[in-house]
Write a protein that binds this ligand. Structure first.
Ligand SMILES: [Zn+2]
Length: 252
């Protein structure tokens, strides 16, 4: 039993909001920490960042070389939206029922397809080929998934449940909690790391968490290889979906 649980527990470190303008203080610290602990995170790059909250941070003029260096070290480069600017409201009608504002939800297919293509083209022009995507604020509609698929993206780092799963011809990696330092005792999950809001205390807590859980931290390819579909897993997924949606509605 212990063996079964151990074989079926793992965490992907997903870093959100990585762009030329970001909190380089904590990115530098995290990079050192990941190297020391041999952690290979997934970094969500915003290809054309226009988010005013992020533009307040200083610009790193060596950004794309840094990204290439990460890739060479085995980090997975992912795309996180296109410009990270919200221009629609989901009113809890988005695919995962997160609610809140969105960069993609509600726009027609052509609009979403073009944005995703422009983002991928930009990344390609900087030498970055990506296989996965996650939307700002977790907000998608069915056109987002079609537009991603038509652009060759196969993996979404968002979803419910305890195992990566297939749905709509895509693979979804569950991302359940806002808090960075949670490892469930069973199942495969992704974190979401928002280091642009951190202070030193928070970094130290994250560091402790990583040291404690590093045996359970998986790289992108490892977590994708855990994808499986079964009726039992779907029931668990629906339970998570139901509980988390209601919890969010109660607390929003
Ligand atoms: Zn974001």
């Amino acid at each position: 039993m212990k063996n079964l649980i151990e074989k079926n527990t793992g965490l992907l470190i997903r870093i959100d909001d990585v762009a030329e303008n970001m909190s380089w203080k904590y990115m530098d610290k995290c990079e050192k920490l990941f190297e020391e602990l041999k952690v290979k995170p997934l970094v969500g790059i915003i290809p054309e960042n226009k988010d005013p909250d992020l533009l307040r941070f200083p610009k790193n003029n060596n950004f794309w070389n840094r990204v290439s260096g990460w890739r060479k070290n085995g980090w997975e480069i992912s795309m996180h939206g296109f410009n990270h600017v919200y221009d629609t409201k989901t009113k809890f009608k988005d695919f995962f029922n997160y609610g809140g504002d969105s960069e993609f939800f509600g726009h027609d297919f052509e609009h979403q397809y073009k944005k995703i293509k422009l983002g991928l083209d930009k990344l390609k022009s900087e030498g970055q080929i990506v296989k996965s995507f996650f939307a700002p604020n977790h907000t998608y509609d069915l056109n987002t998934f079609l537009a991603l698929k038509d652009n060759g993206i196969k993996v979404i780092i968002d979803g419910y449940g305890l195992f990566p799963y297939f749905e709509k011809d895509l693979i979804f990696i569950p991302q359940l909690f806002y808090k960075e330092t949670i490892l469930l005792p069973f199942g495969f999950q992704s974190t979401q790391i928002h280091m642009n809001n951190w202070d030193d205390d928070y970094f130290n807590k994250f560091k402790e968490f990583l040291i404690k859980t590093k045996q359970k931290i998986l790289g992108y390819n490892e977590i994708v290889s855990k994808t499986s579909n079964s009726k039992a897993k779907k029931i668990v997924r629906d339970l998570f979906r139901f509980s988390l949606i209601n919890l969010r509605k109660l607390t929003s």
